[in-house]
Design a protein around this ligand. Structure first.
Ligand SMILES: Nc1ncnc2c1ncn2[C@@H]1O[C@H](COP(=O)(O)OP(=O)(O)OP(=O)(O)O)[C@@H](O)[C@H]1O
Ligand SMILES: [Mg+2]
Length: 359
């Protein structure tokens, strides 16, 4: 026991949420030390990293001729291993030199739908930043812990984490996951919906950043009492000239409608397949929403209207996963308990040779 405490004192721990849209790093004792878009800009000819994160996304659409900006994550897993590894290494180098120097334990979240190959790729990328020991934790489990819905009650709780690429639907109690499902539609799909709507309805071509801004400014899950609008600039499909036009909020609501219905239908199916006692619990406890997608205006009201359940947003929805993963570092008994209950899937200590010295 005392040996365990001494060991924990010397072992630095880092938790990572390597998301499709954003990467967050939590350090034991320091809290969240990095929150950046999952993006990397590299030189086309040499492959050298130009910049990562926010700096790289600022270049999107206006990249210099010799630079390409990549998003190496897709649907919550690694789409391009080399780039994901380079991005993670740079984030680590910038954010956690202190942790990097010591014996380091890493907890990384991964969607429940990830294949063995995707799990291996993520574990290898985590090792490449210098971690001695790597745990992969189910993203839904981490979000449920981080949103504080999981550890507070023996009754079943429902958490829906709507990220960039994936929506994780998790039913959990304080003893573990009862059911989980991962849908490959989330915030990125919503942005795409807006691009396609403007193309179809107004013959206006806008880029991803503009559509993202429209979603944040006007996006809503249900019709609002007062219809507001936003001036949007794009390229006209008829003559390829720049055109400015006012887009109404009601149009954005219409554009997002189908994706939201699909997500809510996925949640309904998970509830319908659950045991009677679990369904009764959820009927009382309701739905907690997390992830960046949960920031959409009135999403909780739409969940309430369509599912007839109370719905609320977690207090720090975009930090829930990394906070939950970090809880396992701060409380080794949780790691043991969930590993014992086979809830930290793919639980495995993987030892690698000595860590590289920090630069
Ligand atoms: N105010 C907002 N309204 C609507 N959507 C938003 C808002 N703010 C952020 N988002 C969306 O949230 C998504 C990013 O959320 P998050 O950081 O939770 O995803 P992620 O964890 O990187 O992705 P994943 O979990 O799928 O791997 C983006 O699609 C972004 O457009
Ligand atoms: Mg996420």
């Amino acid at each position: 026991m005392w040996w365990e405490s001494i060991r924990n004192f010397f072992v630095s721990g880092v938790a990572i949420d390597l998301g499709t849209a954003n990467t967050l790093i939590y350090s034991r004792g320091r809290g969240i030390i990095l929150n950046e878009p999952s993006a990397i800009a590299v030189n086309k000819d040499t492959g050298r990293v130009v910049c990562v994160g926010r700096e790289a996304t600022l270049m999107l659409g206006r990249e210099p001729y010799d630079t390409v900006v990549h998003r190496p994550m897709k649907d919550g897993t690694i789409a391009d291993y080399d780039l994901a590894e380079k991005m993670l290494r740079t984030f680590f180098h910038n954010a956690c030199r202190r942790e990097y120097r010591r014996y380091c334990k890493l907890v990384v979240s991964i969607p429940s739908s990830a294949t063995q190959t995707e799990r291996r790729a993520l574990r290898n990328a985590a090792h490449s930043v210098g971690a001695n020991k790597v745990y992969l934790i189910d993203e839904g489990l981490a979000a449920a812990m981080g949103a504080e819905v999981m550890l507070r009650s023996p009754h079943a709780q429902l958490l829906v984490d709507i990220g960039g690429g994936t929506t994780n639907i998790t039913i959990a109690t304080m003893t573990g996951i009862i059911a989980s499902k991962s849908l490959e539609i989330a915030g990125t799909r919503m942005t795409q919906d807006i691009i396609e709507y403007l193309h179809r309805k107004h013959k206006l071509v806008v880029d991803e950043q503009t559509a993202e801004q429209i979603k944040i400014n006007l996006g809503a899950a249900i019709e609002q009492d007062r219809d507001v609008s936003m001036l949007v600039a794009g390229k006209s499909l008829s003559n390829y000239k720049i055109r400015e036009m006012n887009i109404l909020q009601s149009e954005v609501v219409e554009a997002l409608d189908h994706t939201l219905s699909t997500i809510i239908e996925g949640v309904r199916q998970v509830i319908e397949l659950s045991k009677p006692a679990v369904a009764v619990d959820i009927h009382r406890t309701g739905v907690t929403l997390a992830g960046g997608g949960s920031l959409l205006r009135d999403l909780n009201r739409r969940f309430h209207l369509e599912l007839g359940l109370p719905a609320q947003r977690a207090s720090h929805p975009m930090e829930a996963v990394v906070t939950g993963a970090g809880m396992l570092l701060d409380r080794p008994e949780l790691l043991k308990r969930f590993a014992g209950a086979d809830l930290v899937r793919n639980e495995e200590w993987v030892d690698v040779p000595d860590m590289p010295a920090a630069g």
